[in-house]
Design a protein around this ligand. Structure first.
Ligand code: FPP
Length: 238
């Protein structure tokens, strides 16, 4: 697509990085090798997204349902996340990226929680890409946690039910303060959203590609943005 002045770059892109296991299987490698390659691609795509002018990037690294995978795969994913958080503490000052984790991190190992908190703190004032990593994230769980916090305030008499507008409710979400995603990308051919940002994706454009996540790259991201430019977003209007 010609990149004229009307060409729109989505402000916030959300990605379901699917297909790591199939990528590994095709190469007769253990599933873990697919996740290792997938995490490299996740790192690279942050740079590519920022180059293309995307402000917010949110990726689904580990869902509330992923605990049901075999223990050695869960351990491998946790180790990758551990390494990512540790390495990013230094890296974020070089690439100016703000990293936050969304999801309920209280179930994660204490050392991983500590690295996450450190990374969030040291990168909080960075002005480059705003990168959200969803870990032990489930959209229904996020809504329930928001409802619990809200209802505690209502029960304490600090808030009346009539004051609960969309803005007030959203301020209790893990992504509070961030614009809703304009574009959701899912790799590897599955056509579902798997409990990822159900509230936030209500009006997003969805782009599905057969490309497996470990094969995803800047060219594929550009294709997704081209697709987004072909959409007519009406937000319920005409
Ligand atoms: C889906 O592939 C992918 C996941 C469940 C995990 C995604 C995690 C990473 C890419 C690595 C961690 C990220 C960072 C930022 C360090 P799948 O295993 O369901 O693939 P399959 O459907 O082909 O089996």
């Amino acid at each position: 697509m010609a990149k004229d002045s009307a060409y729109k770059i989505p402000r916030h892109v959300a990605i379901i990085m699917d297909g790591n296991g199939r990528w590994a299987k095709k190469r007769l490698l253990p599933r873990k090798a697919g996740h290792v390659q997938g995490s490299r691609v996740a790192e690279q795509i942050c740079e590519d997204a920022f180059d293309l002018g995307i402000e917010y990037l949110t990726i689904y690294a580990f869902s509330t349902e992923n605990w049901a995978r075999p223990q050695d795969e869960v351990d491998a994913l946790m180790d990758l996340l551990r390494k990512y958080m540790k390495d990013s503490i230094e890296r974020s000052s070089k690439n100016n990226m703000r990293v936050t984790v969304i999801g309920d991190i209280s179930r994660l190992a204490e050392d991983l929680q500590e690295s996450i908190r450190t990374l969030e703190r040291v990168s909080a004032n960075n002005t480059g890409l705003k990168f959200q990593v969803a870990i032990n994230y489930g959209g229904r769980d996020e809504i329930l946690r928001a409802v619990r916090k809200l209802s505690t305030r209502v029960a304490a008499g600090e808030l009346s039910p009539e004051d609960i507008t969309e803005e007030v409710f959203y301020s209790y979400f893990d992504t509070a303060g961030m614009p809703y995603p304009d574009l959701m990308i899912r790799t590897s051919g599955e056509l579902r959203t798997s409990n990822f940002l159900p509230w936030q994706l209500a009006y997003s454009e969805f782009y599905f590609t057969d490309v497996l996540w470990p094969d995803f790259n800047k060219k594929e991201l550009q294709k997704a943005i081209d697709f987004y430019n072909g959409r007519d977003r009406r937000f319920g209007g005409v």
